[in-house]
Ligand binder design. Sequence first.
Ligand code: GAL
Length: 943
Amino acid sequence: MKRRALASLIAVSLLPASGAGHAAPAAVSARPHRVTFDDYSFMIDGKRVYLWSGEVHPYRLPSPELWPDIFQKMKAAGFNTASIYFSWGYHSPREGEYDFTGVRDLDKLLDDARDAGIYVIARPGPYINAEVDSGGFPLWLTNKPVKNRSPDPAYLRLADEWMTQIDRILARHQITDGGGSVIAYQIENEYYKGTDDGRAYMQHLEDKARADGITVPLVGNHDATFVSGTGAVQVSGWDYYPQGFDCSHPEKWKPAPNMASHKFAGEPLFTAEFQGGAFDPWGGPGYDKCADLINDRFANVFYKENIARGATAQNFYMLFGGTSWGWQAIPQNYTSYDYGAAITEARQLGPKYYEDKRIGYFLHSTAPLLKTKASAAARLDNPELVDIARTNPDTGTQFHLIRHGDTTATSVEQTHLALDTMEGHFDRVPQAPGTAITVDGRESRMLLADYDLGGSRLVYSTSELMTDAAIGGREVAVLYGRPGTDGETTLTFASRPRVSVLSGKVAQQWKNGQLTLDYKHDGIARVLIEGGAKPLLLLLADTPATRRIWRQDTPQGPVLMLGGHLLRTARYDGNTLALTGDNADNPAAEIFAASGTSITWNSATLPTVATPSHSVTVTLPIARAITLPALDHWQTHTGAPEIERGFDDAGWTIADKTTTASITEPGSLPVLFADDYGFHTGNTWYRGHFTADAHQAAPTGIYLKARSGGPAGAFSVWLNGHFLGSLTGNEERSFGFPAQYLAEGDNVVSVLTVDMGHEEDYNSTGENRTARGLIEAKPIDAPANAVTWRIQGATAPDALRGPYNFGGLYGERQRWPLDPGKAGAWQPATLPASDPGAGVTWYRTDVTLDLPRGQDTSVGIDITDPPGRHYRATIFVNGWQMGNYIAGMGPQHRFPIPTGVLDPKGHNSIVVAVWKPDASAGGLGTVSLVDFGSVTTPSRSAP
Ligand code: GAL
């Protein structure tokens, strides 16, 4: 019921933004919508739409209350679409079991997207890759000897089980005949097998989707593989990561691709995944470097290049990366999946966000861009630069991308254009003597000509258009350029208009029915032009000033705001304009809205002062300073009773399997692979028993080989409680048994292993079934069967937190992160710790937070170490496993903890399990809370 009612409301915001240059949305209705496409673009109800899309993963933000935050931040930057993977394994703890509740509530997720005015490209797999454990395959699939990603009936039966579940949800959120905003559905992921088998598999998934009621277009990211024939998708998408994934040298660029050569007739040019950042490996340079590599200049050059090549649907992977919390990461990657994306893991806005916003606003304002053909380049007088031009065949509007011939060049260049417009030929643009178009290194400029600027005719501008909006009977347009560069804008009028320079320095000239304005981009200059179809207010901004320019669209027309940290929503309620948004430390803001409206900001009425620009100025509340409490009163508890000879392992699983579904060949029998005994996450313990007495000689040692996956692997070995050694990386070795450690009767060798995640299955070779844990154990100087093994890993998953949250450490099996048990067993501790031996030690503390209401404070946990420490830490906050840290390897030291997991107004429990693999002095370093940013925000409980 509720969902239906909301649907009619939401249809409002889902309609494309109304630019001044084209008609406002037609009457709003809750009727089903049509999604179609042609050679130029996607269309919704026959209306062309630019899909400006960002990738987000619900399983990387375990806080449903923050999902609207991400979608609203996207919408505020002009994104109208989110591309979303759905991870099978995240929803299926066991074969035949599916969970869509709590942090897995996809109905809420899809409602949140729709409510924010965000279309969804749904990507349910069954295989998704995504640097997530097993590429999204469930953990239990590690024990199924099926041919993944193929028409193998045994695989399809399981995959179909997932598709049935996820399709049922997606179907009811389709824009076509559900109540939501799903506009497209991706089949599989980067599947390039154009063989008969591959085609049969794709066709099966497509038939299944249709049978399950999927009615939106079926799209792909398979490059040119499934364009026609069996298994063809309707719209082929391309995945492109031009800079690759080594963030160590962010200044080194590779050139921009020409996506035009990847266009298929009858389909819009769609980049299903275009680089929005990069993942970073254990020991890598860190995500700040990835944000540098794929920075705002990258967005400026590469995303505009795609526009100039004709793309009308661009998705950026990632737009918000989030956290591979629990044991969701693959072996190569650490917990953070920040990705250097436009919205950081801690939900902060980076410089790329603002570049995405400038481009996004432009795309939604310039309707003629949705139907263009490549056209003749303008002549430039600087050979270092080129023009890549497109023209709309119906309106004649021209788009010129001026950039370096070499997209990696760093020189600053100046040029003039020879431009043919509907108003005649211009031999040299800009015309004003001594001025030029400046193109900085790694910058491109998208210039417009022959454009209808809200009833006024823009002949050309050497400033870029950010947005134009019909507000209160006038047209308000934002044109921009880098600070200090020249701008020239020429408009044509039937008769000389009245021109008032309201602020800034702008020269004007009236000649041959054309008004030419010349200025330098510097702050925001304002020019009011009256006498055309309607008054035109030009805001001539420099690029930094555009950061604080926000636009929202309502059924009553657009709203512009200059100021604030973020404008989330705008809604007219009679004569009141209700705005919601965030603010940091600058109270000054100006709002362009329908005249005579009163304004509320986060539900509080704001006094307004009218300006000569027909806007109002307001004063926004600013954020209060935050002081986070220190983390002290630590307690500690030993955590590896399994190493003791007398530990009771009677309840453990006996290793007795002689066959396996793994693709790893067992080095010895019985099979010791952790997955084969149902232990799929984090640490798994092994206890090997052997007898030493007068009749039976004890082995003199044992040869062990483990597989943790990747460079961050490790295992440690004890004999009867005595530490024998640990290995990292190179995971095989013989461990001798010193005679003094041996005992009469039962002896126990204890082995602590870790599964750093299962491999993805990119090439469908069953790589998710690469073994984890011990893969070979051979007693030395004793028969193979001299040692019998018992295994214990993660116990049944916690229902709320799901299958990836806990591993199999003793304290995890006892659920210490949820309930530390008897306080007496924990001893007071101070950090940094100085634990002497190798082993597992737990630490815990509680912290009460009282952060300001009405403020969004992004908090994280920071670990710092004295040099030379070697240990591994697993961090739990209120029971949620939010990070794996490896001292000395890194690079991650800071772990954002989303509100919802963290209680900003209450008690929080922080529990850290530490595995120290050697006997050097050390242990957990200093642990503190860190503030990633704090802004005023609308109360989440507000209607
Ligand atoms: C693509 C893949 C994504 C992700 C990305 C790299 O090839 O489709 O799932 O793995 O690479 O981050």
